[in-house]
Design a protein around this ligand. Structure first.
Ligand SMILES: CC(C)(COP(=O)(O)OP(=O)(O)OC[C@H]1O[C@@H](n2cnc3c(N)ncnc32)[C@H](O)[C@@H]1OP(=O)(O)O)[C@@H](O)C(=O)NCCC(=O)NCCS
Length: 152
């Protein structure tokens, strides 16, 4: 599997993956903005685009904004491989810290992030809109442990 920058031709597949992956797909406009900003990466195998992620660097921290694996490819290890590939890219770029927010109810994603070493820093109450009101976000972080962070 390779993680590559998305090109404009891939937006339809990204939208299709996101709508099928779970109940909280991004609006098309947000995905197009990520594409145009160079923040959208595709996970490509020999046979298909199995997923995508969006991440945003600010100085030496990068925030994972979105991650989705196509419904038909879920629970086959692709989400883990995507995250491991992304972590390797971030390390190579010298990033010091990775951050993300995740819905408290999203046990699949939380369990994936924990297994990769992310710790919970705290929560943002009522951060997400949900079908029955609002939902808290967990804020998670992984310190890549390199020297010289701009924040130290
Ligand atoms: C979260 C998501 C990316 C995981 O992708 P995936 O390819 O299915 O995950 P993997 O097969 O690589 O599994 C990796 C780990 O995730 C966790 N996991 C994945 N699906 C799970 C599920 N349905 N229930 C519980 N844990 C789950 C497990 O810890 C799993 O490790 P294990 O196989 O050793 O138990 C995928 O479910 C998805 O696209 N969900 C919808 C979008 C979303 O919620 N994105 C996260 C936004 S923060």
């Amino acid at each position: 599997m390779q993680l590559v920058h998305a090109d404009p031709a891939s937006i339809e597949r990204v939208l299709q993956i996101d709508l099928g992956a779970g109940p909280h797909a991004w609006p098309e406009s947000a995905l197009r903005r990520a594409l145009n900003a160079g923040e959208l990466l595709l996970a490509i195998t020999d046979v298909a685009t199995v997923g995508f992620l969006v991440s945003q660097p600010v100085l030496d921290e990068t925030t994972l904004m979105h991650l989705a694996v196509a419904r038909e490819y879920q629970r086959q290890g692709w989400g883990r491989q995507m995250m491991q590939g992304w972590l390797a890219q971030q390390r190579l770029s010298g990033q010091q810290r990775l951050l993300l927010e995740v819905r408290r109810s999203n046990q699949a994603a939380i369990s994936l992030y924990r297994s990769l070493g992310f710790d919970t820093l705290g929560q943002r109450r009522g951060y997400y809109v949900s079908t029955d009101g609002v939902e808290d976000a967990l804020v998670m972080a992984l310190d890549l442990g390199l020297e010289g962070s701009a924040y130290r």
